[in-house]
Design a protein around this ligand. Sequence first.
Ligand SMILES: Nc1nc2c(ncn2[C@@H]2O[C@H](COP(=O)(O)OP(=O)(O)OP(=O)(O)O)[C@@H](O)[C@H]2O)c(=O)[nH]1
Length: 367
Amino acid sequence: MQADEAAAEAPPICLIVLGMAGSGKTTLVKKLSSFNYDKLKPYVINLDPACKEVPYPASIDIRDTVNYKEVMKQYKLGPNGGIVTSLNLFCTKFGKVIELIEKAGKAGHKICVLDTPGQIEVFTWSASGTIITEALATAFPTIVVYVMDVVRSTNPTTFMSNMLYACSILYKARLPFIVAMNKIDIEDHNFALEWMTDFEAFQEALEKEQTYVGNLTRTMSLTLDEFYKDLKACGVSAKMGIGYDRFYELVAEGAKEYEEDYKKEYDKLRIQKEEEKKKSEKLQEIASAKGSGVEVPLVPFVSEVNSGRELADVYLKHPGNESSEDEEGDEERPVAFGDDELEDQNFNDFMQKRKETQIDKANKSQS
Ligand SMILES: Nc1nc2c(ncn2[C@@H]2O[C@H](COP(=O)(O)OP(=O)(O)OP(=O)(O)O)[C@@H](O)[C@H]2O)c(=O)[nH]1
């Protein structure tokens, strides 16, 4: 197979776009859906059931499958409960989505971008979010893109909160991770990159914070230093289309990292899931099998005995009364008390013998 053909058949790289409300996820997805289209042919999926309109051409839209307002009404839920339940309902059909992405890959789509609900925790801390992430990661090279609003992160404490959240997602998802520092058309992101690489620079920025939360941030920054090594970060402006070349360099690095470090783990998970599926299919097969013989109706419990007596009148023999060693019918029949015929016979035999002995004695005394 030629290298070009192999590249054409390579599965698409999935980008799960996450971020706090208003960080710019949808704007980023919109830009990604058209960026370098001829080469990448991005395949876009919307997983936000509550958005009013999708400003990009979505190949799959959760709103076509689940009506979020109807879910709220039917299950008597509030807005967040409605989003979680809609996502749960949708994820039961996610096998079909995987098939469609596979097909898209064969049709030349190199990238699959997934937009997620505005409330980040709806995806990151829900069962459906985990199921969707695992389903993608077991089938395709998958990368988490965490969109961070750089304008709102100039304060070291807010920056640290954002990073803590990113850290929790990184360790939960166990996938390559890119922090897209968004809105660099308003605020340059280099201060944030410096805080991530230069511990002292961050401490210096914290000097101005004399509050309790400042002390907490100082302590946490010591721990997070280790985690920054696993992060890839770049600055983008989703709105103005700045920083995409660097972003795609990081995507290529992330895909490589997935193949080298994460794929093995997800392959194991896939095999385990296939085995579980096979087992449950087999069990279902057994449960639904009727067999080839004629069905025998179950006899109802005995309620009356032959003699016409009620079952309650029948004495159930204690198991201890049985002789466990004797086969039925092998034992000699004992002389039963009250067996009149046999008793008469024995008595007559005895009388006969006695008569014979007396006659015998009399004959002997006469002679
Ligand atoms: N200046 C500037 N504004 C941006 C940029 N990206 C997004 N915005 C603006 O930020 C606001 C929120 O953007 P969205 O893309 O809706 O953010 P989101 O994360 O999808 O929002 P939710 O779906 O509500 O969570 C919008 O007003 C965007 O126009 C950017 O790069 N630069």
